[in-house]
Design a protein around this ligand. Sequence first.
Ligand SMILES: [Zn+2]
Length: 160
Amino acid sequence: MHMKLYRINKSNIDRKGNGLCAAKNIKAGTRIIDYVGNIITKKQTENSDKFDNAKPIYLFNLNSRYDLDGDVSWNTARLINHSCSNNCEYEGKGLKLWINSIKDIKKDEELTCDYGFGYDSDYKQFPCKCKSKNCCGYIVRTESRWRINKKFKKNLRISR
Ligand SMILES: [Zn+2]
């Protein structure tokens, strides 16, 4: 087995919590860690109280039938914090999700993703402390195909 590309570290962004950082220099375009969790049906998502807008959640829209609930202790990738100038991105194929570097990352640099929260939701609940130059002050998306869809319940109601 090769050495892991990441390690758990105190976060510079989320001062109260942990994040992941690069265990060595990582080239752009590297698959760093899988994003795992429970695959659940849209119906389970819809019927669960867990997926409301009151807290950040780790719910991904996989396809028209299934979501992935990454809010589980064995999903180390859930520790990755949001940054407005992220160096990683969620990638997916089929029912698999993983984290890819989109920039060259130096050893000990914190790994960050774009959480992809919508502008049109209650974005003020989620201030961003990433301190990057282009920080917009809140955790909202730029453009991301595999995004956390915390508005999912609302969307479902509209689409029925
Ligand atoms: Zn920011």
